[in-house]
Design a protein around this ligand. Structure first.
Ligand SMILES: Cc1cc2nc3c(=O)[nH]c(=O)nc-3n(C[C@H](O)[C@H](O)[C@H](O)COP(=O)(O)O)c2cc1C
Length: 399
């Protein structure tokens, strides 16, 4: 992606260098524009060194750092696939919300037809001021993406909202804003489950499994990037992805409750969670003490989330399930597809601990029409994109 990174005059400007480096490392072409105030916080030399691309000054006529004199503001605006302003001052938000073009960055922002993303950073009082909030609302209304500032201790010594969002989060939001949606999924509401469930024996002991939730979280990202409105019901400890409405759950029953209240509004369900099949019959409210004799743990079945939601499936709703099998893979997956009334099953081979965590993985799609060529082996982010592309293609052909 060709990215213009606008850097304005806040203390967090130094973090833009880290962002520029991260984006360049991920293969993006990054050209920076410093405002005059921005150039008091960070130097063009740092930015050109990290990106290998020119850095532009505040004013194209007098820009000390104008590397390509032939490129005017309109050409820069056309060049960009995305314009990101990180950090964004209250000043630049106000200028852009009101169509002012007083320097190179504000002029490019007005001229570009590319998606625009803002990551504001400022003192809490400034951020909460109605004028700033009105400007932010106006920019959202233009279709711009806002990466809201985080809460924390600010350079001014105050505690509160206004701290620049984490650089990784901003990079993720840039990826989303710059990815064109897939027509079959754009605006579609998709419910995704991910991660392990935990069935507690007592306040300190739990029954769980080896799933981390990595595949489901990457699927949530891939559906989000395809333009879907994703709700993620997440077990385990992985961080929630940016731009995904995430609810955290612990047990299979919690996961079912969270899904049941969201299912009616969704168009599709992706059941990637590794849901416990059993839970302890009794959950002790106090820590169970060591006994003298032999001990037996009595287990009872947990609710079957996919089967329960499938039973209330409306016409047009679809469900993708996952099957983790260590033997008789295709037979077991086909049985699951039929038994639970699913639209497709993605088959994982989990023999010898394969498929868990960060490992590359392979998924074989099965539909009522039969099995399809395997997707992968691929790292989970690429595999999730392959699953989404495969499913979007089937949806497009179905409608
Ligand atoms: C030390 C210092 C730190 C500043 N930090 C911020 C900040 O974090 N956020 C902000 O909105 N303005 C901040 N300002 C004020 C802006 O630099 C000022 O509004 C400037 O005109 C912004 O210009 P620009 O938006 O063209 O970069 C700071 C000013 C100084 C002197």
């Amino acid at each position: 992606m060709r990215i213009i990174l606008g850097i304005t005059g806040g203390v967090a400007a130094y973090k833009a260098a880290e962002l520029a480096r991260l984006l360049a490392r991920r293969g993006h072409q990054v050209r920076c524009i410093l405002t005059e105030a921005g150039s008091r916080f960070i130097t063009p030399l740092t930015l050109t060194s990290l990106t290998g691309e020119p850095c532009y000054g505040a004013n194209p006529d007098h820009g000390e750092w104008r590397a390509l004199p032939t490129i005017e503001h309109i050409e820069l605006a056309r060049w960009a696939d995305l314009v990101a302003v990180v950090p964004a001052t209250a000043n630049i938000l106000g200028k852009a919300a009101n169509g002012l073009a007083t320097d190179l960055l504000s002029t490019v922002l007005l001229a570009t037809r590319a998606p625009v993303l803002w990551a504001p950073a400022m003192n809490t009082g400034m951020w909460e001021h109605p004028a700033v909030q009105a400007n932010v609302a106006r920019l959202r209304g233009f279709g711009h993406t806002l990466v809201d500032p985080a809460e924390g201790s600010l350079a001014c010594g105050e505690e509160g909202a206004g701290k620049l969002a984490e650089v990784e989060v901003i990079a993720e939001a840039i990826q989303v804003a710059g990815t064109p949606p897939l027509p079959a999924l754009a605006g579609r509401r998709v419910l995704i489950t991910a991660g392990p469930t935990r069935e507690d024996l007592d306040p300190v002991r739990t029954l769980t499994n080896r799933s981390t939730g990595a595949m489901g979280v990457e699927l949530a990202r891939a559906f989000r990037d395809a333009g879907a409105q994703v709700q993620l019901v997440l077990g385990g400890d992985l961080p929630a992805p940016w731009g995904v409405d995430t609810v955290r759950v612990r047990s299979a029953q919690d996961m079912l409750d969270a899904c049941a209240s969201r299912w009616a509004d969704a168009e599709g369900l992706v059941g990637a969670a590794a849901v416990a099949d059993q839970r302890p019959e009794v959950r002790a409210s106090e820590k169970v003490k060591k006994g003298d004799g032999p001990e037996t743990l009595v287990l009872v079945r947990t609710p079957d989330i996919l089967a329960t939601l499938s039973a209330t499936k409306r016409p047009g709703q679809w469900i993708l399930g996952f099957a983790a099998e260590s033997e008789h893979h295709l037979d077991h997956a086909a049985a699951k597809l039929a038994r639970k009334g699913l639209d497709a099953v993605l088959l994982n081979d989990v023999k010898d601990g394969r498929a868990f965590g960060d490992q590359p993985n392979t998924l074989t799609p099965l539909t009522p029409d039969g099995s399809e060529p395997a997707l992968g082996p691929l790292p989970k982010d690429a595999l999730a994109r392959a699953v989404v592309a495969w499913w979007a293609d089937r949806l497009a052909r179905r409608s």
